[in-house]
Each structure stands twice: as C-alpha cells, then as structure tokens.
Design a protein around this ligand. Structure first.
Ligand SMILES: C[S@@+](CC[C@H](N)C(=O)[O-])C[C@H]1O[C@@H](n2cnc3c(N)ncnc32)[C@H](O)[C@@H]1O
Length: 265
C-alpha cells in the first residue's frame, strides 16, 4: 500500500492547513504527528487528506477537534508539584531579592491558562509585596478565549493545595473559576512561538510541555529566542520531558533539573 504521507496530497494538505489554521505541521515530530493524523482520519470516516481538509473547511467542530488533537492542550494547575515548589523556595525569592518591582513572567504555550494562573496565585500568596506582570500566550485562539474566562474542569485543579483552593477559586456549576484579582494579574495573547518576535526582559519564561512535540531544529530556534528574551540571570523553566542536552551552546547553565539560567548577556 502506498504511504499516504509520501505523496503530494500530504504536502498540499500541510499548506492548506497552514493557511486555514496557522498551524505549521512541519514543526512537529513526524512519527507522532502522522499517528495522530491517521487516527483523526479514521475517526472522521475519511480516507484521503483532501477529503479531511474539505471536512475541516466546512465543519467548525471538526476543526476544533483537529487543532486540539494536534497541539495537545492538556494542562493543569501545579503540574509537576515538586518543580513549582522549587520555584517558590528558590527562584521566586531570588527574583524578588533582585528587584521586588516590575518582575516579568511569561507562560509560553499556556493552553487554557492553568500554568499562568498558578504562577499568579503563588506570587500573590507567598510574595504579596512584589509587583509583577504575567504574560501568557498560545497559538490556539480558542484556548486563549477559555483562558480569559478563567474557569476549569475538576481534573485541571486537582493538585491545587486545599488552602489555596479555598482562597482563590469559586465553584461555578461543574467548573471552578479563579477569583477576579488572579484573572486580572494575567494578560493573554494569541501568538506563534516559532514565527512571532518576542518581548524582552523576562525574569522567568515557563515553556512546558510545548517543545516536546517539536523537531530538534524548532527547539534549537526557540532556545535561542528565549535566551534573548530573558533578563541577565533570568530563568527558563521547561517540562519534565524537555531537558536541554547542551544548554551552554545556547547561553544557558543548568540550574537544577528543568531550570536553565541565562549566563551570556
Ligand atoms: C500541552 S499544552 C501545555 C500547557 C502548559 N504549558 C502546561 O504545561 O500545562 C501545549 C500548548 O502549546 C501550544 N502550542 C503548540 N505550538 C505552539 C506554537 N508554535 N506557539 C505557541 N503555542 C503553541 C498548544 O496550543 C497547547 O495549548
């Protein structure tokens, strides 16, 4: 049987998807991406990329499912609790000591906002005197809309420590909403990490469970862009499967597992 990913149909599909959704399928690791695409075709009962594209064009729900299956929006508050504990005990105190005014944090690839709101809750709770701004961006317009609403499924808030849960969340039907002061602490924007220019001057960039799906080339590009976007001694925080093998090459030093400090200015 002919490999459907080897023919011109797949290349055409990738081009049309880029125009329709701004998703560049070439930045994803191909074996995993192809498995996800195959299962989407099967689930939707179509056998060709052309047929699948027509469906995506005409059916908004199929388009939403496609985007969420490809970009994988799964997230939760305090995802990998130990690492957030290190932020609280090691890095936040260091940032605050350096300057308790105008700290800048960025949740890059924020999905529906759980990570950004986690950072905001931690700052409000443990460093109430410090002032900070918190940017959160994602390529997916729909997750950004949900993020701004600030309501979450029970599975997304299960690791919030009880005292913080009581203080910072309110139940809304079968969902949980972060309180207004936390919502107001985060500015959400749509943005493509690989194509868009970055802001500058961040103390912390948290980019977790985003690069895992990217090719090595795309990761290397991002390491460089993040390095430029950090302040001197600023810190990049990555996901549990996203350790950087050669941080020095990109102007970072390891600051313990999953944290990298900008060393070259
Ligand atoms: C698995 S979620 C991670 C959410 C959160 N960082 C966490 O660890 O819980 C990955 C997110 O990265 C976003 N993403 C994928 N490619 C992106 C790109 N090129 N630019 C910006 N965001 C992207 C996806 O839309 C998705 O919401």
């Amino acid at each position: 049987m002919q490999d459907p990913f080897a023919g011109p149909g797949y290349d055409q599909f990738k081009k049309k998807i880029l125009a329709l959704t701004s998703l560049d399928l070439d930045i994803y690791r191909q074996p995993q991406l192809q498995r996800r695409l195959q299962s989407l075709l099967k689930k939707n009962g179509v056998s060709t990329f052309d047929g699948y594209f027509q469906l995506l064009l005409n059916n908004p729900q199929a388009r939403l499912d496609f985007k969420s299956d490809i970009t994988i929006n799964t997230t939760e508050f305090f995802r990998d609790t130990d690492q957030f504990e290190r932020l609280r005990t090691t890095f936040f105190p260091e940032f605050v000591e350096r300057s308790s005014r105008d700290l800048r944090f960025w949740s890059a690839g924020c999905s529906v906002g759980a990570e950004a709101y986690t950072l905001a809750i931690m700052m409000r709770e443990y460093f109430p005197q410090a002032t900070f701004s918190l940017l959160a961006t994602d390529i997916d317009r729909d997750v950004i809309k949900t993020a701004r609403q600030g309501t979450f499924k029970p599975s997304e808030i299960q690791d919030v420590p009880e005292p913080l849960f009581k203080k910072y969340f309110r139940q809304r039907g079968d969902r949980y909403e972060v309180i207004e002061t936390i919502k107001q602490a985060v500015v959400f924007h749509t943005g493509n990490l690989l194509r868009d220019p970055f802001d500058w001057g961040f103390d912390l960039i948290s980019c977790r469970n985003v690069m895992i799906y990217f090719t090595q080339e795309a990761k290397d590009l991002l390491y460089q862009k993040f390095q430029h976007a950090l302040k001197p001694n600023g810190v990049l925080f990555v996901g549990s499967s996203e350790m950087i093998l050669n941080p020095v090459t990109f102007g970072f030093e390891s600051a313990g597992p999953f944290f990298y400090r900008k060393t070259q200015f």
